[in-house]
Design a binder for this molecule. Structure first.
Ligand SMILES: [Zn+2]
Length: 170
């Protein structure tokens, strides 16, 4: 036996059909024996379905879609962005969840890192050139300075979220 996911053309209803072989499917389709159990339509085709698209798979796709939508929103002007998010509360919630997860990951990473503030570029160079002991640091630097560091072969990366400097917390 062979199982196909089938879809009726008029209603788009998806259902499973069991056949002795793919020739049997073609024969039944040709002779009009196939019909949609939901609406009785005889115009039946094999549904184009990705393998393993279960509830979980759908969720993952949804998250990816939201992530890419969020990415494009970042480039939009801030005011427009805020309005768009207010209009879609469930996306707003998802964005907050995502940012929350990101913030958690970032703070876990930064637990082992020392805040060096605006001293970042100098400290990064000192560490890179072995003037001080190796350690993980984070701090502030200009885009230009960061590019210079990268050009010198020093591994720096922008943090996904802004960090509140420890001195500003109190
Ligand atoms: Zn149908």
């Amino acid at each position: 036996m062979i199982v196909f996911d089938l879809v009726c053309r008029s209603g788009g209803h998806v259902f499973e059909g069991w056949f002795a072989s793919s020739e049997a499917f073609a024969e039944q389709k040709r002779t009009g024996l196939l019909c949609c159990p939901t609406c009785g339509d005889h115009d039946i085709q094999k549904a184009v379905m990705a393998p393993n698209v279960g509830a979980k798979g759908n969720q993952v796709q949804e998250v990816v879609a939201t992530a890419s939508a969020a990415g494009s929103q970042v480039e939009a002007p801030a005011t427009e962005d805020a309005v768009a998010m207010q209009n879609v509360p469930e996306i707003n919630q998802k964005m907050q969840d995502m940012i929350g997860a990101l913030a958690k990951a970032q703070s876990q990473m930064l637990e082992k890192s020392t805040w060096v503030g605006s001293d970042f570029a100098r400290r990064a160079r000192d560490i890179h050139y072995g003037e001080v002991e190796q350690e993980l640091i984070h701090g502030e630097t200009s885009e230009e300075e960061a590019q210079d560091l990268i050009d010198e072969g020093i591994s720096v990366a922008p943090l996904p979220l802004p960090v509140v400097p420890p001195e500003a917390k109190n």
